[in-house]
Design a protein around this ligand. Structure first.
Ligand code: PMP
Length: 404
C-alpha cells in the first residue's frame, strides 16, 4: 500500500539506526543483557526543583492552551538565559518555544526552504538534519569534516560549499555525534565567510551545558552584525536531562520566528503547558547546581577514552564536550571475526559488537561518516564500565587485517 505515501515522505531515508534498534529490542525480549550506548539521552533524573515546577503547574491548573510560541513567563526565562549566558538581547517576538529543539529545526526548514534550495550540513551530523531538509523539499549539501580538524568545519570548506542556492548553513556546537566544540574565534572565522553571502545560519546549541574543557560560544554572540540572519536553537532536553518533557526554543529575527509560529499553529500549537512551566524553572537554574552531573559525565568520558586505548584498531581524540565519543574504526575494516566473518564496514562492526559483546553502538554511517562508531556515555558508571570491558574483549578477539 506504499503507493498511498506522499512523494515528500519517499525522499526520506529509512534511518540506518532502525535495524539496529529493532535487533536490540528483539535481543532484550529474548532475555539477553544488552547495554545500549546508542541513546542520546542522559540517565540522570530531571532536577528536583524543575520536576516540582511541573507538578505545581498541574496542581495550579496550568493545563490549558497557551500562546502558540509559549507563555510570557517562559519567553521571559528564555530571554534571561540568553542574556545571562550568551550576552544576547531578544524580545518576546523573537523567541519561540516548541516541542523539542527538533520541532524548531523542522519548522525553520519548512518555513524557508523551497525546492532547489541547498542547506549546508557539515558531517558527521545529527541524523535528523538531512532528512528534515529533504522533507522540506531542499537539498542537503553534506560537507565532510575530519578528525584532524577536530571534527570542525573549516572556513575554506565552508567557502567551497556555498553557492547562490545555499539558503542555510547548519552549525552544531557542541556537536553530535563528535563532541566537537568551536571556539569563538573559529565561529567568527566561519561568520566572516558568510558575511557577504545571503545564507541563513542555524546555531544548534542544544549541548551548550555539556562542556568538559573549553568555553561555549555561539554565532549570534560572536557576529552581532549578523543576528538578523541567525537562528539560535536550544532546549532543556540535554542540559537538564529532560528529553521526555519535549521542550525546546529558538531565538532569531522576528519575521522568521513569526513564520515558524504560523507553521506550529497549524500542527502542534503550543508545547505542553506543564513542560513550559518546568522549562522556565530549569532555565533559571544556578549552573553550580549542575556541576556534579557534569563532573560525573567528564569522568565517564575519561573511562571511555581509557577503554578505547585498549581497543585494537580504534582511535579517537578526547572530545571536549557533549556525551559522545566518535572513534575511527578504519583499522578494523577487513578484520576477521572468531566465527570466520569479515568486518567490511561500520554496520558489520556494530552488528558484531552487538552479537559478541551485547553492546549497542551506532555506526558512523548513520551520521554520514562511515568508518566510525558513536558511543554515548549517558548511562550509569557501572554499566558503562561493563560495556567497555565487553567491547575490549570482543574487539581483541578480532583477527586484524595485515596492514599494507
Ligand atoms: N539537535 C541535536 C544536535 C540533537 O542531538 C538533538 C537530540 N538528539 C536535538 C537537536 C533535538 O533535541 P530535542 O528535540 O529533544 O530538544
Amino acid at each position: 500500500m506504499t503507493e498511498y505515501l506522499s512523494k515528500r515522505l519517499s525522499a526520506v531515508r529509512p534511518p540506518q539506526t532502525i535495524a539496529l534498534a529493532l535487533k536490540v529490542q528483539q535481543m532484550k525480549a529474548e532475555g539477553h543483557d544488552i547495554i545500549s550506548l546508542g541513546q542520546g539521552e542522559l540517565d540522570f533524573a530531571t532536577p528536583e526543583h524543575v520536576a516540582e515546577a511541573g507538578i505545581k503547574a498541574i496542581r495550579d491548573g496550568q493545563t490549558k492552551y497557551t500562546a502558540v510560541a509559549g507563555t510570557p513567563e517562559l519567553k521571559a526565562a528564555i530571554a534571561r538565559k540568553l542574556k545571562r549566558d550568551n550576552g544576547l538581547d531578544y524580545e518576546p517576538a523573537q523567541i519561540i518555544a516548541g516541542t523539542g529543539a527538533k520541532q524548531l529545526v523542522f519548522n525553520a526548514m519548512m518555513a524557508t526552504v523551497d525546492a532547489g534550495d541547498d542547506v549546508v550540513i557539515p558531517v558527521p551530523a545529527w541524523v535528523s538534519y538531512p532528512d528534515i531538509v529533504r522533507l522540506a523539499g531542499g537539498n542537503p549539501i553534506l560537507v565532510p569534516m575530519t578528525a584532524a580538524d577536530g571534527w570542525k568545519l573549516t572556513p575554506d570548506a565552508l567557502a567551497a560549499a556555498l553557492t547562490p542556492a545555499t539558503k542555510w548553513v547548519m552549525l552544531n556546537s557542541p556537536g553530535n555525534p563528535t563532541g566537537a566544540l568551536y571556539t569563538a574565534e573559529e565561529l567568527a572565522a566561519l561568520c566572516d565567510v558568510l558575511r557577504d553571502h545571503h545564507a541563513l545560519i542555524m546555531a544548534d546549541d542544544i549541548y551548550e551545558l555539556i562542556v568538559h574543557e573549553g568555553s561555549f560560544a555561539t554565532p549570534a554572540a560572536v557576529a552581532p552584525d549578523m543576528v538578523d540572519r541567525i537562528l539560535t536553537v536550544n532546549g532543556v532536553s540535554k542540559g537538564f536531562a529532560m528529553t521526555g518533557w519535549r521542550l525546546g526554543y529558538a531565538a532569531g529575527p522576528a519575521w522568521l520566528v513569526r513564520a515558524m509560529d504560523i507553521l506550529q499553529s497549524q500542527s502542534t500549537s503550543n508545547p505542553s503547558t506543564i513542560s513550559q512551566a518546568a522549562a522556565a524553572a530549569a532555565l533559571d537554574t544556578d549552573p553550580a547546581e549542575l556541576q556534579p552531573r557534569l563532573t560525573r559525565l567528564t569522568a565517564r568520558r575519561d573511562m571511555v577514552m581509557e577503554a578505547i586505548a585498549k581497543m585494537p584498531g580504534v582511535e579517537a581524540a578526547t572530545p571536549p564536550a557533549s556525551f559522545y565519543v566518535f572513534p575511527s574504526v578504519e583499522g578494523l575494516m577487513g578484520a576477521r571475526t572468531p566465527e570466520g566473518g569479515v568486518i567490511e564496514n561500520d554496520m558489520d562492526l556494530s552488528n558484531y559488537i552487538l552479537a559478541a559483546a551485547r553492546v549497542a553502538v551506532v555506526p558512523g554511517s548513520a551520521f554520514d561518516m562511515p568508518g566510525h562508531l558513536r558511543l554515548a556515555y549517558a548511562l550509569s558508571e557501572d554499566r558503562l564500565a561493563e560495556a567497555m570491558d565487553r567491547m575490549v574483549t570482543a574487539l581483541s578477539a578480532l583477527e586484524l587485517p595485515v596492514s599494507a
